[in-house]
Structures are given as structure tokens and as C-alpha cells.
Design a protein around this ligand. Sequence first.
Ligand code: HEM
Length: 128
Amino acid sequence: MKNQEITIEAIGKLMDVFYTKIRNDKNGLGDLFNSQIGTSDEEWEHHKAKIASFWEGMLLGSGNYSGQPLKTHIDLPPFPQEFFALWLSLFEESLNVVFTEGPAKAILTRAQMIAQRFQSMIYMHQQS
Ligand code: HEM
């Protein structure tokens, strides 16, 4: 059953579906993540819990996330801007597994806005 409402449980499910796709990605995104996070289940559970609390704060106004997402991404080793489109498409696929259309679209819009902000900061010195 798809979730019609955004709950902590549904966000947890989204993390499982999305990061399974990321971990298994063979287009470069998977390698980048695995090189930063690690390859053990334990390391990935830790990452998923952190990102779940980020989304919980964003979408439900609760959770204990405190971090600097923009700085984290600026500090990553250089990677092609196309990875953002790939990230967003895997995220959209995952949203459509976990949520009905309304919440899926609402969360995707938030992710797109954040991805846009990250890209404008990460690639600001490049000609396009
Ligand atoms: C191509 C796109 C992206 C890549 C390659 C990427 C990669 C990563 C990696 C490797 C980390 C872990 C860094 C570490 O722990 O050392 C991370 C953390 C994180 N990412 Fe992304 N990410 C992308 C897009 C996004 C987007 C669009 C969002 C939000 C909508 C997001 C939210 C976060 C958050 C909240 C963290 C945790 C930051 C912290 O440590 O507090 N990421 N990302």
C-alpha cells in the first residue's frame, strides 16, 4: 500500500528504497556514494538514519538533524553535474514506490529545489 501521508515510517521506507537504488547504481553515482560512505550495511544504515532525520525536519518539522548539507556537497570530490539528474530520477522512482501522487510530487519539488541550490553553488565557477 502506498502512503497517502508523510510519516516517519514512510520516510524510513523511502530511505530503504532510494539508497538501495543508489548503492546498486552502475552509472557512477553508486561508486561515488560507496567511496564516501563505505560498503558495509552498518555504514549505510548510519547514512540512511542521518538523511531520514534531515527529511523528517524538512517535511514534518521534527527530528534531530543538524548538519551542513550544502558544505558537505561542496566538499565532495568533483563529479559531473549530470549526476544530479540521475539522483533526482532515482529519487522520483523511489517516491512513486512509497507514496501516492500527492506527497510524491510535494517531496520531489522540495528535492528539486535543494538540488538546484546545490548545483548553483557547486558549479558556479564553470562555464555552461
Ligand atoms: C548528485 C547528487 C548528490 C550526490 C552525489 C550526493 C552525495 C552525498 C554523499 C556522498 C553524502 C555523504 C557525505 C559524507 O557523509 O561524508 C551526502 C550527504 C548528504 N546529502 Fe547528498 N548527494 C546528492 C544530492 C543530494 C540532494 C539533492 C539532497 C537533498 C535533497 C542531499 C542531501 C544530503 C544530506 C542532508 C546529507 C547529509 C549531510 C551531513 O553530513 O549533514 N543530497 N550526499
